[in-house]
Design a protein around this ligand. Structure first.
Ligand code: CAA
Length: 384
């Protein structure tokens, strides 16, 4: 076991830090306030290789792993959770096409999704089916060389901005998860329109919108993997996605802890810095401890993934723990800043709003507990 970053990981962390300090740190508040997605910065992330970390070099990736990818995501999330989510969401079509796509699909999409020339998103959730993902109703009817698709997707991160979507749709109606198929949908296809920009508690610099699919003709060649294999593809992609959400949450928590620590050593009350009071320093100690524990859990899930070992349970544990830690840390950071914590002049309240959604996206933390407990039961059943 090795708990230290290797040379490549150290270099990567230094270079993403430099990028973030130059291109992101000073602009986040403005993007959030104006509800503006920084498409130019996303493109620059791609041009600098940060969007292609865990993908093969032959498709313009860096040929590294999730252990490196989470370093990048955490650093981005420390300054812009919106951008980190955009990168994580871009990763879902990347990993699905990389793992399940045919050669043509890989050649057409992977290099551009890594370079930032195209951006991607993931369309699973529907107005009536969120946690119960296998009940989705969007339907794709085969007509010769095309599938004609009708339905509505909801709460889609990066909808309207993203060029390429992995769309999950039923291609049969028996009610089984084996009816669901994955397709590559592009935003320029006839019949694709987007709903209003949802007004959200946080992550305002990345759009969340509905996608309406009205007789959209998707070429059969855009099917990813086999017909009826889409639900498994979505679940496997979410296993990986949950690691990226964990690292995003750790980035938010780290930023909140640093903000609270700096405040606590400079703010004076009763003639001393407030950090002299254990009511302030002990919560800071808990923050540091829990963030480190969350990071180790996330690194372990990433390590298992990179090693080709099962990691579904570990990814859910990392997502569950890291996002709950982020919620606790950001709430306590607001408390340490007192009245200033509640004001928009300080970033603490933004971190708290951003942490909340991490407990919801890519499977609520109740769903993570379901996944973890089901696997525990399966493991013990195999032993007895
Ligand atoms: N890997 C591979 N296959 C899997 C799997 C996994 N991790 N999880 C389930 N499956 C397979 C099962 O083996 C089963 O296959 P068979 O029928 O061949 O045996 C099939 O999928 C159905 O599985 P279940 O019976 O377990 O399905 P379920 O409905 O009981 O539970 C669930 C599944 C875990 C609740 C799942 O629906 C789930 O994860 N729901 C949450 C959805 C979610 O995370 N949405 C996030 C949207 S994307 C997002 O948030 C992005 C963003 O905007 C930031």
């Amino acid at each position: 076991m090795d708990f230290l970053y290797n040379d490549v990981q150290n270099m990567l962390r230094d270079s993403i830090r430099k990028f973030v300090e130059k291109e992101i740190a000073s602009y986040t508040s403005e993007w959030e306030e104006k509800m503006e997605f920084p498409e130019d910065v996303m493109k620059k992330l791609g041009e600098n290789g940060f969007l292609g970390i865990p993908y093969p070099e032959e498709y313009n990736g860096q040929g590294l792993g999730y252990q490196e990818y989470i370093i990048v995501l955490e650093e981005i999330a420390r300054y812009s959770a919106s951008l980190a989510i955009a990168v994580a969401v871009n990763g879902l079509p990347q990993l699905i096409i990389d793992k399940f796509g045919n050669e043509e699909q890989k050649k057409n999409y992977l290099p551009k999704l890594s370079s930032g020339e195209l951006t991607g998103a993931f369309a699973l959730t529907e107005p009536d089916y969120g946690s119960d993902a296998k009940s989705i109703k969007t339907f794709a009817e085969r007509k010769g060389d095309y599938f004609v698709v009708n339905g509505t997707k909801r709460f889609i991160s990066q909808a309207g901005v993203a060029d390429v979507y992995i769309l999950l749709s039923r291609t049969k109606n028996t009610g089984s998860s084996h009816d669901i198929t994955a397709f590559i949908l592009t935003k320029d296809m006839d019949g694709v329109t987007f709903g209003k920009h949802e007004k959200k508690m946080g992550l305002n610099a990345t759009p969340t919108r509905e996608i309406y699919l009205d007789d959209v003709k998707i070429p059969a060649e855009n099917m990813v993997g086999e017909e009826g294999f889409g639900f498994k593809i979505a679940m496997m992609a979410l296993d990986s996605g949950r690691i990226t959400i964990a690292s995003t949450a750790i980035g938010i928590a780290e930023a909140a802890k640093n903000c609270a620590l700096e405040y606590a050593v400079t703010r004076k009350q009763f003639g001393r810095p407030i950090v002299d009071f254990q009511g302030v320093s002990f919560p800071l100690a808990d923050m540091e401890t829990k963030i480190n524990a969350a990071r180790l859990l996330t690194q372990r899930a990433a390590f298992l993934r990179d090693s080709g070992l099962p990691y579904t349970k570990e990814a859910s544990m990392a997502k569950l723990f890291a996002t709950d830690v982020a919620m606790e840390v950001t709430t306590n950071a607001v408390q340490i800043l007192g009245g200033n914590g509640y004001m928009r002049d300080y970033p603490a309240e933004r971190y708290m709003r951003e942490a909340k959604v991490m407990q919801i996206v890519e499977g609520t933390n109740q769903i993570q507990r379901l996944v973890i407990s089901r696997l525990m039961i399966k493991e013990v059943s195999q032993q007895i």
